[in-house]
Design a protein around this ligand. Sequence first.
Ligand code: GLU
Length: 613
Amino acid sequence: MFSVCGIIGAVLVSGQVAPLIRQSLKRLEYRGYDSSGIATVKEGRIHIKKDKGKIDDIHRRLNFDALPGLIGIGHTRWATHGPPSKSNAHPHIDCFNHIAVVHNGIIENYQELRESLVDQGHRFLSETDTEVIPHLIEVALQKTKRLDKAVAKILPKIEGSYAIAVIDTSGKTLVCARKESPLLLGLSESGYYCASDVPAFLPMTRQTIVLEDDEIACLTANGAALYRLTPKGVLAQLPLRTPTTVQWTLDMAEKGGYPHFMLKEIHEQPRALRDTLRIRKDDLCKFAGVLNNHQIICAIAAGTSYHAALASKYMFSQIAGRFMHSVVASEGPEIIDNSLGGDAVVIAVTQSGETIDTIHAIKNLKRQGCTILAITNTVDSSITRLADGVLYTQAGPEIGVAATKTFVTQLACLASLSIHLGELTGKLQPKEASQLFDELYRFPNLLQSIIRNQEGLVKETAQHYVAKPSFFFLGRGISRATAMEGALKIKELAYVHAEGYPAGESKHGPIALVEEGFPIVFVAPNDRTRRFILGNVMEMKSRLAQIITICSSGDNHLAELSDRVIMMPPALSNVFSPIGYVVPLQFLAYYAAVQRGYSPDQPRNLAKAVTVL
Ligand code: GLU
């Protein structure tokens, strides 16, 4: 299961649907979000209540439960297009308030669609990508006269990801569909449901069917019908699959059936990455333009975000030919106060947008005249109010204290930026830039295959070394950042001492600690550093260390030198390698923690957003 914010739709045999939808949205609240809304239909009219804020607060103000009718849709929004506000909150409607839509996902081509709809005279009320959907349906419905057929007609026009639920004034049928965003059906005698995640309808039913990509479901009070969507936008009826019975408790359902949020979030990384790689090109180009216009580029961050900043230093130099300073936020004031001014642009990288070390450093730099850009996962956070420009990673809420999916999405943002910057600096020809983008776009699928193929092996490796009190994590070049992140993860989760170090530097001190059986994790993609890391492996091996290598599949030489090998797809051996190579290290830390009896979701002495200096 995925954990982006969610949608719910319900059609009941009797009673009132709004209170049930409100409670369903409430059960999705553990994910956190910025606004929500509900639409229902009664007697040929659509009724909507929506606003910015938390469900209970909105409910207190607007009374969701007063919405009439047996059929309705609800949404909790994690803004991607347009800030959190009443007008941007879902549901969205067509020009005549005849159609209401909730959507989870990102429509990549919404600008073209919106422009052409505006040319046809449609009126838009929000800044969201979503709003094109009700207007497109409005046009199609004039011809098809049936909501399901109209939805089918317009979906092939939409590029990007979606899970949608749609109602119209006919008030009988709820139409839902998905592509790359999750959607489940819930079936019961008292009604039919669709939702992004099981907790939404768990108290009503345990009978579910997972909707697949390019499938459309029509729900009425008495049944569900399933269709495959043809590329021409025609519905081809499918037999209704036998529902599975979900055995989870609510707590288990919130974790998507995983024992911990952290494991769920590791598994969500392909999706998080895919969504982040959909960030609007215009926004990235604007960001890259600002970077290009400044003489000095600096990234400032703390913890795992600092490792993303460190990795991007290598990307910026290798891809864009620009040197970037990366600074630990708490050290910022000591290093850069009074030495940076108007010719500097500073990128603050922070998952929560509230990391006080980063905010503190940024406030000073702003006073000094620096331009501030932010990369964060949290809409409306403090950093977004301080920054001159913001890019949002599309990780969705991260609940495990240890950062996982926010790290890979920060890296994806920084990687995309470095390519755009490379085009602006002239280091990259357009063809080279598009080749690099192609390589980057392959990562979500590659991550999927790592997760599928390597989890078991890493778990077993963690078990093998469970009694070891100390580890080294070594890497060269950009893999130094990956190694440091691996060390941080095992330290914070399994409470094992670990040093993340540049492999080449290890002989200048740390090697003194190495003795027989000392475990050393080498992060060794088959990139330009590969031939040097061999020497470091040999040095450690001759001191009888245990060598655990994460390397490119087919690298038999490294494999022969190692006691344990985790093989990675060869396509990951480039300047974006940390995005993939960090995954086995996250698993290693997770399983080391679990095997040592610790809770990986709440490591001791740590908090998700560190708001003390
Ligand atoms: N892209 C849509 C928006 O920004 C949907 C976001 C979501 O999945 O909550 O409104």
